[in-house]
Write a protein that binds this ligand. Structure first.
Ligand code: ZN
Length: 80
């Protein structure tokens, strides 16, 4: 299935594990990394071009899947 995917300029790499992520804002104005390639959850999708608002139930928090999450998770209040 084709989808647009994020603009390359919006893609960053996780400081911990190096995978592609997009920084997005939650409705509480917190910055969160969203996985470009969704891991193990077909209900979720990666960010589209120009999209900057993180939506629970649509996007996947990288904190949820990052193998290095423990190193920067402290203080986070993501969906898990
Ligand atoms: Zn990571």
């Amino acid at each position: 299935m084709l989808r647009a995917g994020p603009y390359p300029k919006d893609v960053s790499q996780c400081q911990g594990c190096g995978v592609d992520v997009v920084w997005m804002r939650t409705k509480r104005r917190k910055w969160i990394m969203a996985n470009v390639m969704v891991v193990d959850n077909s209900d979720l999708r990666g960010p589209n071009a120009g999209e900057d608002r993180f939506k629970y139930g649509e996007h996947q928090s990288h904190f949820a899947t990052c193998p290095e999450a423990g190193s920067f998770r402290r203080g986070s209040d993501d969906e898990t």
